[in-house]
Design a protein around this ligand. Structure first.
Ligand code: NDP
Length: 439
């Protein structure tokens, strides 16, 4: 911490994991003897690079690009690329660190990595997005490959960006191979990948409720975000008989008592790329709260009453005050579609209240798991049906739930899925590192 005080998100993620690992570290000499913690917190490789590009007015713009290849004990580095102005070394490092445990928890052969740039795609033309992606890939291509490092999408990187990145990779290498996931269905993508993170977070929520003799049927749910994860979480909630009543973007929150109009959100976010304030034009009965009017100690979206909450936007979007508001509003379940959306204090409230709490590295692992299914289809030159992939996704989410739940019980904290997920993910990756020697 002292040698690099600016990495606050990274330290937050490490502290959360290390606290959960205390019960296993206390009783196992082998992890200490093999310096596993010291090795785990240090990325195998961090790449930072200049991304110069020319905007539509002919001005030269320069952004910072990142790729962190954190841990390859279980397979090729796997993790998304984030294009957002807030991106910095700490954010990419925390995301890469989380990815190690998440990927281990899926049981699939994938290591942990993450990347991105402090580029703001908002308001940029298609041609500008393409030139940016081409410049970004002009450096990244030399570090990635289908058996070494396979990036995917994340905030600000969807099918359009993956297309431009892939095109440039192919031009530079002359190779048509599964080097990125989240590709278009026209040329190597997998059915269900687009939906997988949101669907997976809802499947995970349902498994948590089933274990408590309950279900999602009839539940009112708060959702944050209005991007890839939030949209498909809302779609699956409707399919499972629940009602999503909110969503948000970086400028504000929509609350719609009778249920969010999902077709409208898809139009606004997947086609016209509009902001959510437009929602009220079609639905005057909905409430829109602008970000400038949010409570000082948190986020407006968590201040409505509901039985379940699905944070699907970004890190630290749910504070202690938000957690207390959720609990007093009758919330029984939190399933994290986003990465590290709840602050440490908020998580402590959920654990103390013993509600069903699904940490991001378990609840949102459906995205990366389906990316691995895309890699498997690319490598075997096959395409599976929607039903086949969806069934595999459901099974993977179930396995993740059972693994985290059983591990929590094994370590004397039944129902504490944070502890269970961290220990189970850690055990798999740490044991693989030990078997592979000091490398
Ligand atoms: P998108 O870019 O599709 O959507 C992100 C949404 O969150 C948008 O509505 C965006 O609003 C909002 N948002 C982003 N940053 C902020 C911010 N700083 N403050 C408030 N709102 C913000 O990204 P995804 O849906 O793909 O990702 C959402 C979360 O899920 C991230 O934490 C990501 O790491 C995680 N995740 C994603 C996976 C995937 O498969 N895509 C897999 C696993 C985790 P606006 O459009 O106005 O910026």
């Amino acid at each position: 911490k002292n040698s690099s005080p600016a990495q606050c998100e990274f330290y937050q993620a490490v502290e959360e994991v290390l606290e959960s690992l205390e019960p296993i570290l206390e009783n196992s000499e082998k992890y200490k003897k093999n310096a596993i913690i010291q090795r785990l917190v240090e990325p195998e490789r961090q790449i930072m690079f200049r991304v110069p590009w020319v905007d539509d007015e002919g001005n030269i713009q320069v952004n910072k690009g990142y790729r962190i290849e954190f841990n390859s004990a279980l397979g090729p580095y796997k993790g998304g690329l984030r294009f957002h102005p807030s991106v910095n070394a700490s954010i990419i490092k925390f995301l890469g660190f989380e990815q190690i445990f998440k990927n281990a928890l899926t049981g699939l052969p994938i290591g942990g990595g993450k990347g991105g740039a402090n580029f703001d795609p908002k308001g940029r033309s298609d041609a500008e997005i393409m030139r940016f992606c081409q410049s970004f890939m002009s450096e990244l291509y030399r570090h990635i490959g289908p058996t070494t490092d396979v990036p995917a999408g994340d905030i600000g990187v969807g099918a359009r960006e993956i297309g431009y990145l892939f095109g440039q990779y192919k031009r530079l290498t002359g190779r048509y191979e599964g080097v990125l996931t989240g590709k278009s269905l026209l040329w190597g993508g997998s059915l269900v990948r687009k939906e997988a993170t949101g669907y997976g977070a809802v499947y995970f929520a349902d498994y948590m409720l089933q274990a408590r003799g309950d279900s999602l049927q009839g539940k009112r749910c708060l959702v944050s975000g209005a991007g890839n994860v939030a949209i498909y979480a809302m779609e699956k909630l409707y399919q499972m008989g629940a009602t999503p009543v909110s969503c948000s973007d970086s400028r504000g929150t929509v609350y719609h008592e009778s249920g969010i109009d999902l077709n409208l959100i898809k139009c606004l976010k997947e086609q016209s790329r509009d902001c959510l304030s437009v929602y009220k034009k079609t639905h005057p009965d909905a409430i829109y709260i602008s970000a400038i009017d949010y409570p000082k100690d948190g986020h407006a979206v968590w201040r409505f009453n509901a039985t379940a909450a699905f944070p699907c936007a970004t890190q630290n979007e749910l504070t202690q005050a938000d957690a207390n508001a959720l609990l007093s509003g009758g919330c029984l379940l939190v399933s994290e579609g986003a990465n590290m959306p709840s602050t440490k204090e908020a998580i402590d409230c959920f654990i103390a209240a013993k509600i069903a709490y699904g940490p991001g590295k378990a609840a949102n692992a459906g995205g990366v798991a389906t990316s691995q299914l895309e890699m498997a289809q690319n490598a075997s030159m096959q395409s599976w049906t929607f039903e086949e992939v969806d069934e595999k996704l459901k099974q993977i989410m179930k396995n993740i739930f059972v693994t985290a739940n059983d591990t929590a019980t094994e370590f004397g904290e039944p129902g504490n899925l944070l502890l269970g997920a961290n220990i189970a993910g850690f055990r798999r990756v740490a044991d693989a590192m030990i078997e592979q020697g000091v490398v």
